[in-house]
Design a protein around this ligand. Sequence first.
Ligand SMILES: *Cc1c(COP(=O)(O)O)cnc(C)c1O
Length: 383
Amino acid sequence: MIPYGKQLISQADIDSVVAVLQSDWLTQGPKVPAFEAAIANYCNAQYGIAVNSATSALHIACLALNVSEGDTVWTSPISFVASANCALYCGAKVDFVDIDLATGNMSVSALTDKLISAKQNNCLPKVVIPVHLAGQSCDMKAIYDLSKQYGFKIIEDASHAIGAQYNGNKVGCCEFSDITVFSFHPVKIITSAEGGMAVTNNQQLAKKLQRLRSHGITNDPNEMTEPSHGPWYYQQIELGFNYRMTELQAALGLSQLDKLDEFVTTRNAFAISYSNAFETMPLSHLKQLTQCYSSYHLYVVKLADEHSHLHRHIIEQLRSKGIVSHLHYIPIHTQPFYKAMGFKDSDYPNAMKYYKTAFTIPLHPQLTEQEQSYIINEVGKLL
Ligand SMILES: *Cc1c(COP(=O)(O)O)cnc(C)c1O
């Protein structure tokens, strides 16, 4: 089977993890801060806070922005459930903004309309979480302008988008957001097995994220309520978690970071070949905005509406040919857990249209040109 996504692990990656195993530190050593500094430097952000998953990063990012009971967080219905669950962990409510069908990302016009009516009804969101679907940035400048007008904070869910660019800057520079979150799950662009990172330019947010990842404990005398009792002393000043990344994970992530640009270049080359091949077929792909350079975590194709009855059949047939086609994503609001809160399928019509026509085909750095030709051929035969 050709998987839709897969990690590429080199001998250098293996060696760097083995070196950690032979070192004094399996956790809370030098590799985690080195990985944080390297990612922050790569993205041109001030601070990086490594955690054990992007899900944890989203959770503490919401907490750092004071999301709590009585607040509402908005995100995209076309995402992994973690983009929405993070608000619920904080006791807040979740609502969704419909997507732009061309890009699959949060629609700026739907966001504008929803903000106008939320303002009238006095229920503006505290935080909006745009999700950079498949590795292409949302229109962050437009969303940022709205945040200034309506007074909300922004967390970019860039789980798909490390290595991507927006307006010539790296996703993660946080020019148009408070915090950006990356995932290092093995299907993502680079991996630390499990792992995630929050990046920010705000020192107060960075300190709070650091505390929340480790029990709410501080070692900084400036944050303590009384003078230190001695070298053993620390204080817990809020309720945090154990969301720490291990040294093994950080060593793998650091080593993988060396190949990030190469991975993204390879992914773009495969994506261009797919897009060229599909030009003559009744298929479309996610529109790429001129101000964006995607990291192409996923290659998503969409059937014409009149072929939507073939959607499931095509995914099943591709699988029967050894090609793992997938669907990113089932609209979050249609999950039973969310339906129980009152969401209806029809709440976000574009998300539902997308769900009836979109499918993902394999794209990862281990894909070969032969495999890609085979995939293009099989898709062509089915259409
Ligand atoms: C993968 C993913 C996450 C969660 O990442 P983990 O590191 O597995 O917790 C969150 N949001 C999106 C959009 C994702 O694709």
